[in-house]
Design a protein around this ligand. Structure first.
Ligand code: AHR
Length: 326
């Protein structure tokens, strides 16, 4: 018994020396003052209007809360995000938050953070690590549901179609959680009507230029396309340019669904060029701060926090546009 107690005491000492806590949160000296907290955030990049809104919201929320934020932009490259996370580990920040550009390949760096006793919060996008103890929580949208909402709109819109409805899908960044999950949600939903057929599905990397370029090529190969499902507003807006250049009317000759509901997307919907938008909410700053504060106090944080989201038809977009925050 004495021996067991002795081992436990030694273990506790080692644990304290490593600066760890049972929850990976508050240090052995207790919680820090909020103003002394330092958070390292590794952002994906600046590929879309959504991402710009997400960055602005995170930066302004931290400023308002008086918490130091170290911010890096990975320019859509996983190796840059890994470098940034390693640098935050070296700098011994209190919490690391990041939005993983792709789902796979994070275990090594996440283990490094865990071994250093630095809790990690995933924002916006998930990782596919089997070991979920490598991060505290994942705050973000349910992308499968977003894809499903897009597919359900398509089902209803084309419920009376007698023949094939050719669909073009513009996917987000290959290997990213939103691209994988939105593709799945959409496919699952449209499976209910075999007339709805995806004739082409290619990545536009979540960018406007990518959407335009891919749509130009796909329109030539599939001039009879009836529906475009662009997995974000920016790709949809780029595709609209390509559709107009090909002499077709977006929203009429080709129905269009996008995801995000950024200001530019909502404007295009209000103008009738986009028929339906599935919202993806980028305003996560305040929720992230609450999570950081809880971790600092050693309080429990739910493993998954899903952001609230809605959808917009053209008419709803017109009504919502004046009060849109991003
Ligand atoms: O991860 C969220 C997605 O990433 C948004 O839909 C897209 O616009 C962004 O680039």
């Amino acid at each position: 018994m004495k021996k067991i107690l002795g081992m436990a005491a030694a273990g506790a000492l080692l644990f304290a020396l490593a600066g760890c806590t049972a929850s990976g949160g508050a240090s052995a000296d207790g919680p820090k003052d909020t103003k002394d907290l330092v958070v390292g955030f590794a952002q994906v990049g600046a590929e879309s209007g959504w991402r710009t809104a997400n960055t602005k919201d995170i930066q302004s929320s931290f400023k308002e809360a008086g918490i130091t934020l170290k911010f890096s932009d990975a320019q859509q490259k996983q190796e840059n995000q890994i470098k940034a996370i390693r640098s935050y580990i070296q700098q011994k920040v209190d919490v690391i938050a990041f939005s993983p550009v792709v789902e796979s390949g994070w275990d090594t760096v996440l283990k490094e953070a865990k071994n250093a006793g630095i809790p990690v919060v995933l924002t916006d996008r998930a990782v596919d690590s089997k070991d979920t103890s490598l991060y505290e929580t994942f705050l973000g949208s349910d992308f499968v549901t977003e894809g499903k909402k897009a597919g359900e709109w398509a089902l209803n819109e084309f419920k009376d179609a007698s023949g094939t409805v050719p669909i073009i899908q513009l996917e987000g960044t290959t290997g990213s959680a939103p691209a994988i999950d939105r593709t799945k949600g959409f496919a699952d939903a449209i499976a209910a009507n075999p007339n709805l057929k995806i004739v082409a599905s290619q990545t536009g990397d979540f960018t406007r230029s990518g959407g335009k370029q891919v749509m130009e090529a796909l329109l030539k190969a599939h001039p009879d396309v009836k529906l475009l499902w662009a997995q974000n507003d920016d790709m949809g807006l780029g595709a609209i340019e390509a559709i107009e250049a090909a002499g077709k009317v977006p929203g009429k000759d080709i129905k269009i669904i996008t995801a995000d509901a950024t200001h530019d997307g909502m404007q295009a919907a209000a103008d009738g060029k986009i028929n339906f938008i599935v919202e993806c909410n980028p305003l996560m700053g305040k929720q992230l701060i609450e999570i950081v504060k809880k971790i600092n106090k050693g309080e429990d944080v739910p493993k998954r926090i899903v952001t609230d989201e809605t959808t917009f038809t053209s008419a709803q977009a017109k009504e919502a546009l004046p009060s849109r925050k991003y």
